[in-house]
Design a protein around this ligand. Structure first.
Ligand code: GLN
Length: 276
């Protein structure tokens, strides 16, 4: 039988050949789910041998990953802001970059009580992270996709975040006229012609969560304009966007009367989140 170290080495090699950009991490996350252990276990017990059943379970996961299926879809979960979230093919897979948006929002809004709105919540990632950090805040999370609403509700229940209300709404359409201290969104913002859409995990994610008209600006612009009627005085709008979109998006914020406009970078030092 193969050891943990041998298994990981071989799996990393196979996943690199099949086109994964994170072959080593993928192999570790898949093996961790089979062995039901922490990743640190691999470094403590590299010589430990896998059982026959473990090897065959791991092989089944490997074949799915080699076919291109995202790890988050294979396992049905992804960690975001230390929350283990259920994930499926009806929404975007939560990304580490989006944690920058959560950090920005937490830096800007620090009051004890805040009314928060997350537009296009998907798995619920952003809304649940904010609700977890501030149990006293009242967080509303909306999505237009029925399956996403159900998924976000399950994730809220799983983490016992009772301060989150998940409801179906196309952007603001079903929101009663109400003011929020913080409105956040990771809307679709990729241009439909972007070659990035033909590579990697995004091929398995819904287009409606990724692609927007007007070179990717249609939904960003719509939210900037519409949010004005829903922001409290001194409220903040915090939006994720593409690395090349910051300048134009800042211009749109200015055009619609926002102030204190600024952009934050992600872990790769790319413009990622604009606030105003
Ligand atoms: N940042 C994601 C990507 O480039 C896209 C997320 C989005 O469109 N909201 O894959």
């Amino acid at each position: 039988m193969k050891t943990i170290a041998e298994t990981l080495q071989e799996a990393t090699h196979r996943l690199r050949n099949s086109g994964s950009e994170t072959p080593n991490l993928d192999a570790q996350v898949l093996l961790k789910s089979v062995l039901q252990c922490e990743r640190s276990y691999f470094y403590t017990w590299p010589e430990k041998q896998l059982s026959l059943a473990q090897s065959s379970d791991f092989e089944a996961l490997m074949q799915q990953r080699e076919s291109g299926r995202p790890v988050a879809h294979i396992l049905g979960s992804r960690e975001f802001w230390s929350l283990d979230l259920q994930v499926n093919a009806t929404t975007l897979i939560p990304r580490p970059d989006t944690e920058i948006l959560v950090e920005a929002a937490l830096d800007l809004v620090s009051q004890n009580f805040a009314r928060v709105l997350d537009l296009g919540t998907g798995t619920g990632a952003i809304a649940l992270a904010l609700a977890k950090e501030h149990p006293e805040w009242q967080v509303t999370a909306v999505d237009v996709v029925t399956e996403a609403v159900e998924l976000a509700k399950r994730n809220a229940a799983k983490h016992e975040l009772s301060n989150v209300l998940v409801m179906q709404s196309h952007w603001f359409a079903a929101i009663p006229s109400q003011h929020f201290d913080l409105i956040v969104s990771n809307p679709p913002y990729i241009d439909g012609a972007d070659h990035h859409l033909q590579q990697g995990d995004v091929r398995f994610e819904p287009h409606s969560a990724l692609v927007a008209a007007e070179n990717g600006f249609a939904d960003l612009r719509y939210i900037v304009v519409a949010a004005k009627d829903y922001l409290a005085k001194d409220g903040w709008l915090v939006l994720e966007h593409g690395a090349e979109q910051a300048e134009e998006l800042q211009r749109i914020f200015v055009e619609h009367g926002y102030n204190q406009i600024h952009t934050r970078q992600d872990y790769a030092n790319l413009d990622r989140v604009t606030c105003g």
